[in-house]
Design a protein around this ligand. Structure first.
Ligand SMILES: NC(=O)c1ccc[n+]([C@@H]2O[C@H](COP(=O)([O-])OP(=O)(O)OC[C@H]3O[C@@H](n4cnc5c(N)ncnc54)[C@H](OP(=O)(O)O)[C@@H]3O)[C@@H](O)[C@H]2O)c1
Length: 305
């Protein structure tokens, strides 16, 4: 189960020859003037996986950070995401992200949310407005599939899909390509065992976002996490990341603080015991960082647990 060399670990995907590094730098809420330096510091510290999105409004600076690091593009796993107001313009959305990032291709292009928002509506870029009545994520996926083979993406996937929406997508006759990844919220406060098992049963890799519990995380003061961290001489953050990797998903810790970026990557040469993993699994307190209240439609139906 456990792996001592977590930073070199990769998970195979359902695309021949492709595997995703277990640890990636997250960049949501990483602002201007800091995100480029964070990406550069991460790559110089050994990270080889960067997670961004058009919606984070920082792709340009992420691209600058990649170039400043001196790490060759082909050594880096780069993920970006199609924003909700771009669902009817998938090709254009990808081209815009590639232009922002200053790269020829991304390794993984995700449908950020199963919500196709009309870009003409006021506030559309903040999730407000209305969804198209004549277009939903099945239509978006049909267009996503056309990107494969263009050389602009190595894999395509989804994010924030619960079981209900995945079943609908996978059972639609137009679905010829099973998503390589479903990027979902995963931490001890939202461990989603049913959704992870469903993803696995369909050959879809689960990638865990907000692995530390996001900003002001209540996990850092959780007694179980604290006790395990203290007994091992590790930080609560390192314990949370080791737990994710040992559970079998990739983790995407975000930080704009160089010392934290480095510490979050110090995961080799030690592991959680099976008993420690089980203790973390048994933490009863539930919380979710990203719900669907900010969207005009529901996307979670209790099927993301
Ligand atoms: N697909 C989606 O819809 C979706 C949704 C949410 C997130 N994501 C992805 O997942 C990534 C991670 O999620 P997240 O940004 O919500 O949260 P996270 O990685 O769980 O937590 C980030 C927070 O933890 C702090 N932190 C990081 N390392 C620390 C350390 N060693 N000690 C103390 N504090 C530390 C960071 O502060 P500083 O930065 O100030 O150091 C920041 O406030 C995102 O950045 C994004 O790439 C995707």
């Amino acid at each position: 189960m456990a792996t001592t060399q977590k930073t070199a670990k990769r998970y195979p995907l359902n695309v021949e020859g492709l595997s995703i590094p277990a640890i990636g730098l997250g960049t949501w809420q990483s602002g201007p003037g800091e995100v480029g330096k964070a990406v550069e510091a991460a790559l110089r510290s050994g990270y080889r996986h960067i997670d961004t999105a058009f919606g984070y409004r920082n792709e340009k600076e992420v691209g600058q950070g990649i170039r400043a690091s001196g790490v060759p593009r082909e050594e880096i796993w780069l993920t970006t995401k199609l924003d909700n107001p771009w669902h009817k313009r998938v090709k254009e959305g990808l081209d815009k992200s590639l232009e922002n990032l200053g790269v020829e291709y991304v390794d993984l292009f995700l449908v950020h949310w199963p919500a196709s928002i009309d870009p003409e509506q006021e506030g559309a870029n903040d999730g407000k407005g209305e969804v198209f009545e004549d277009w939903d994520f099945v239509d978006t996926w049909r267009e996503m599939q056309k990107l494969v083979g263009t050389g602009k993406v190595r894999a395509i996937g989804v994010s924030n899909f619960g079981i209900k929406n995945l079943e609908r997508l996978l059972s639609d006759p137009s679905c010829k390509i099973v998503p390589a990844v479903n990027q979902i919220e995963l931490h001890p406060g939202n461990p989603s065992p049913k959704l992870v098992a469903y993803n696995t049963s369909k050959g879809i890799h689960s990638s865990g976002y907000s692995p530390l519990g996001s900003s002001d995380s209540p996990l850092y003061t959780n007694d179980t996490i604290k006790a395990i961290a203290e007994s091992k001489g590790k930080t609560p953050q390192q314990v949370l990341l080791a737990w994710g990797v040992q559970k079998g998903w990739s983790v995407l810790p975000k930080s704009v603080t160089e010392s934290r970026i480095k510490a979050n990557f110090e995961l080799d040469g030690w592991e959680l015991t099976e008993e420690e993993v089980k203790k973390i699994d048994a933490i009863p307190d539930r919380f979710k960082v990203c719900g669907d209240d900010w969207l005009p439609i529901k996307v979670f139906f209790g099927d993301d647990e």
